[in-house]
Write a protein that binds this ligand. Structure first.
Ligand SMILES: [Zn+2]
Length: 346
């Protein structure tokens, strides 16, 4: 018999998926090479690693229909192969890896919903936010964040706020919830890059009208822009919505050193953003917050960024930024942010 797990401020799952790999692809296991050490650097008792279990089929069906799961499984058995132009790859192990990534995310959510930890962190791959209900896209096979949102709804939570700060638009998450007024999806992303969606005018459909918020950013937006977005858009929208749970879809490819984009957040910027959002969770949803890793393709940035966000989730003081800033002048986004505010009645 196992006893009750000890409580800790932060519970995290680490799913490396070593067998889900394709030579030369940016989304590879070496991304995670420094994460174990980064998490071990937190003070004793601040963070507790949980053993991830594969997501049960029933949990996956809350987002992905059975015919998609069987098609994905079949595609994986025939791998290695590409399944979309991003390019997204599968290997014979990828279905198992994706189920474990989704499972680790749901296990971290359980820790939060049970009250054993206020913060949860899913350091999992393959990532999820480009995967729609029926399509693998953008290095993503199953939508981990969407699965967490649906699991939380099934556990009785009514209103879920998803904030997605990956470099890329989370088209999959948006599509899954665009008609659901109980899930507010807010995305910051660099405009004009993969997958091409995420225009300001995409604000939700049907009953979900207004519950999708897109903030497409020009290149070189960084800490100052994100501070304005936080103050002028994220905080007021969160207060108006009144969530029961905050899900943070966190990609570290918005960092200035990431090879795939031209935004220029720093680790200090991620830290401030995460601290503010965790503060919002404390204020609005009893501290219930789960961060789910999406992109981030520089292993050193990923480790430093994860450490800064983990500190915020564990309610620890922020640490010095080991990597500094990119040095570009940020573009003027005042009118863009005003348009976002206007179109959402702020
Ligand atoms: Zn990304």
């Amino acid at each position: 018999m196992t006893g009750e797990l000890p409580a800790s401020p932060l519970a995290y799952a680490l799913v490396l998926s070593r067998e889900h790999t394709l030579e030369g692809h940016p989304e590879h296991p070496e991304r995670f090479a420094r994460l174990e050490r980064a998490m071990a650097s937190l003070p004793a008792g601040a963070a507790r690693r949980i053993e991830p279990r594969p997501a049960p089929e029933q949990a996956l069906l809350a987002v992905h229909p059975e015919r998609y799961l069987r098609a994905l499984e079949a595609a994986c058995t025939q791998g290695p192969a590409y399944v979309d132009y991003a390019p997204t790859y599968v290997t014979p192990d990828s279905y198992t890896s994706a189920c474990r990534a989704a499972g680790g995310t749901l296990n971290a959510l359980d820790e939060v919903l049970s009250g054993r930890s206020r913060g949860g962190l899913a350091l999992v791959r393959p990532p999820g936010h480009h995967a729609t209900a029926t399509r693998a896209m953008g290095f993503c096979l199953l939508n981990n964040t969407a699965l967490a949102a649906r699991a939380a709804q099934r556990a009785g939570l009514q209103r879920i706020l998803i904030i997605d700060v990956d470099l890329h638009h989370g088209n999959g998450t948006q599509a899954i919830f665009e008609a659901d007024p109980e899930v507010l999806y807010i995305s910051t992303h660099q405009r004009g890059i993969y997958p091409g969606s995420g225009a300001l005018e995409e604000t939700g459909v049907g009953e979900g009208a207004g519950a999708t918020v897109n903030i497409p950013l020009p290149p070189h937006c960084g800490d100052e822009t994100f501070a304005r977005i936080t103050d002028q858009i994220l905080v007021p929208l969160a207060h108006r919505f009144g969530p029961d749970l905050l899900l943070l879809s966190i990609g570290f490819d918005s960092h200035w050193r990431d090879p795939l984009g031209q935004l220029q957040l720093t680790c200090a910027g991620y830290s401030r953003l995460a601290s503010t959002l965790v503060g919002l969770a404390d204020e609005l949803c009893g501290g219930q917050v789960l961060a789910v890793l999406e992109g981030g393709y520089d292993a050193e940035v990923l480790a430093a960024g994860v450490e800064s966000v983990a500190c915020a989730l564990a309610r620890l003081p922020s640490r010095p930024d080991p990597l500094g800033g990119g040095g570009y002048t940020e573009p003027d986004t005042a009118s863009l942010l005003e348009r976002v505010r206007e179109s959402h009645g702020l």
